[in-house]
Design a protein around this ligand. Structure first.
Ligand code: SAH
Length: 283
């Protein structure tokens, strides 16, 4: 383990006064930041960060002002507009502004709206992608978001719409029937409706599922369940958001790929959880 991290030789972009960089902070583990994020943290005058940004990440911007812009789940959109306009004001005041968002800024993070508002106000921007919880968080649980024997496609779904309700615009039937693996963000609140809609649309209640809470942080917890049992298993547990719900057979791969369990000394539960009966790489 090393204590300090120097950026490799550049050139690295300069965060100029009056600019806003919208940056993904990844799902939690600070090691999942990108080098561009680190470069930005080192230059920012102001860091405006969301609730799901791991606080230790701010330690990499010790000289910057840290402004919390957190809001969790379905709060009025006026607040969102306030945040965007605050970014505009800070840029207009000549600050080097870093807008730090959990995961990837353009994945269910309203980063697109913020960026659009900035551009509409003539503020120059840069976008720094991050590792999204629906990919990196599952990887930390030992679940590959795609796996050749399971899925050639994956669907990312949000369990909330702007009103905080289960998104009515979603065609659950099409998702249930057409998506081999379904990765649901913000799904805890409406888990019963979501799983019910998928089962009603023909998805087997026995389908393997996982609930990955606080993924990649020291508090990560993983529940393995089925579509039919997920809601009651969550209700009977102490699990809390943030959580990613994953529906699909790729969840079974955790039986052989739970690398965090292996780090803690556990043995893989099943070396061939998909029952291929032949070496993993054989076609
Ligand atoms: N832009 C983010 C998603 C923001 S929406 C990204 O790309 O990851 C917020 C939702 O993301 C949460 O409700 C939860 O579903 C998911 N999420 C974010 N961080 C998470 C984490 N560490 N563990 C599990 N889920 C997480």
């Amino acid at each position: 383990m090393t204590d300090s991290l120097d950026l490799p030789n550049g050139p690295w972009p300069t965060l100029e006064p009056g600019w806003v960089w919208l940056c993904g902070a990844g799902p939690g583990d600070p090691g999942l930041l990108t080098l561009h994020a680190l470069n930005a943290l080192r230059q920012a005058d102001v860091v405006i960060y969301d609730a799901l940004v791991e606080p230790r990440i701010l330690d990499w911007a010790p000289l910057a002002e840290h402004i919390y812009a957190g809001k969790r789940g379905g709060k009025p959109s006026a607040v969102q507009r306030d945040i965007s306009l605050r970014l505009v004001d800070l840029a207009a005041a000549g600050k080097r502004v870093l807008r730090l968002k959990g995961g990837d800024p353009f994945v269910f993070g309203r980063g697109g709206e913020e960026a659009q508002t900035l551009v509409q106000h003539g503020v120059p921007i840069r976008i720094i992608p991050g590792i999204s919880a629906g990919i990196g968080g599952l990887a930390y649980a030992g679940i590959p978001v795609t796996h050749r024997d399971v899925n050639q496609s994956v669907t990312f779904v949000t369990g909330h719409d702007q009103s905080g309700l289960t998104p009515s615009s979603l065609n659950w039937k099409a998702i249930a029937q057409g998506s081999q693996v379904i990765v649901i963000y913000m799904g805890m609140k409406h888990v019963e409706q979501i799983t019910g809609a998928l089962i009603d649309a023909g998805r087997p209640a026995s389908e393997p599922c996982a609930v990955v809470c606080a993924a990649t942080t020291g508090d990560q917890q993983v529940l393995e369940t089925t579509l039919g049992r997920m809601a009651e298993d969550i209700a009977a547990s102490t699990l809390e958001p943030p959580a990613i719900l994953c529906v699909g057979r790729s969840v079974l791969m955790r039986q052989v790929l739970d690398w965090q369990g292996m780090l803690a000394g556990e043995r893989p539960r099943n070396l061939d959880p998909l029952g291929r009966g032949r070496p993993a790489e054989a076609s």
